[in-house]
Design a protein around this ligand. Structure first.
Ligand SMILES: [Zn+2]
Ligand SMILES: [Zn+2]
Length: 282
């Protein structure tokens, strides 16, 4: 049994025909539960959350400013209507959203997210103190960063995201490695700390295969040792492809399940109206 609770319509259109390409393809490959998680940065309603990316007049600041100007053109109401319509037609789909986490705008995020009927909210750390680390155009910034210090800050932000109380799932929990930047040693103590924080905050996390086929690192997220810490602390997981194209829905989910089993998991979760539902892998 498979679920894919993290994928995006952003490269196509927010309409029924395009969404059905994901759902039909997913059904064929054995997926029984779907959850779509468009990014907040496509919707004009969430633009105020992203003020921290307009950081300065450096080249990095300029590039991020251009990115900021080029996004936020869709209407979240249209997205929600589409997913509710698909649900009404009987598709096993949940209404999610991938929300960029900024510690500076938690209260505002809470307010902006409150008026919509989400099944679940996924919190993502894509930005470290105003630096969007997973943009290819921002890679030169690594020259000014020490890897282990950056990892410590990244994992601190993941924990802040969990503590914010905004999210049901914390996404791709070591995606800082996307372009091949790994800690000099696996920070096992930090892994335990992150896992314990997620457990205390009662948030789930995900085994995300997107980094296997979308980024140079070519590995699932999180690393096996971090996944073992999550399993030991009792943090529930979703298994997700992070597909950005219909052909990628469900991609490598068998690998995700294998990694999860090896780490000690026997089940995954889905969501309905912010309630978590557990399913056995069998
Ligand atoms: Zn993401
Ligand atoms: Zn995503």
């Amino acid at each position: 049994m498979y679920a894919d609770l993290h994928w995006h319509l952003e490269r196509g259109r927010i309409d029924r025909e395009y969404a059905l390409r994901f759902l039909e393809r997913g059904l064929q490959s054995g997926i029984q539960f779907f959850g779509v998680t468009e990014h907040t940065h496509h919707f004009r309603q969430f633009q105020p959350l992203y003020e921290p990316v307009l950081r300065d007049e450096t080249l990095l600041g300029e590039r991020q400013r251009a990115w900021y100007q080029a996004h936020f053109h869709e209407d979240v109401e249209r997205y929600i209507e589409l997913v509710l319509r698909l649900k009404g037609e009987g598709w096993p789909i949940a209404l999610g959203l991938e929300v960029c986490f900024f510690p500076e705008t938690v209260a505002l995020a809470k307010k902006l997210l409150a008026s919509y009927p989400w099944d679940y909210l996924v919190g993502s750390v894509h930005w470290i103190d105003g630096w969007g680390f997973d943009f290819r155009f921002n890679l030169p910034e690594w020259k000014h960063r020490e890897i282990d210090v950056t990892y410590r800050r990244y994992f601190a932000l993941l924990q802040e995201a969990a503590r914010s109380g905004l999210f049901d799932v914390i996404a791709h929990p070591d995606s800082l490695k996307a372009y091949g930047h790994r800690p000099t040693q696996e920070p096992l103590a930090l892994y335990h700390q992150v896992a314990d924080t997620f457990a205390e905050c009662d948030v789930a996390t995900e085994v995300n295969t997107g980094l296997i086929y979308r980024y140079p690192i070519g590995r699932a997220c999180p690393e096996p040792a971090l996944l073992r810490s999550f399993a030991q602390s009792g943090v529930p997981i979703t298994t997700v492809s992070d597909a950005h194209e219909p052909n990628d829905i469900g991609r490598a989910l068998e690998t995700a399940q294998k990694l999860a089993r090896e780490a000690g998991y026997t089940s995954f979760v889905t969501f309905a109206q912010r309630r978590r539902i557990s399913h056995s892998f069998e």
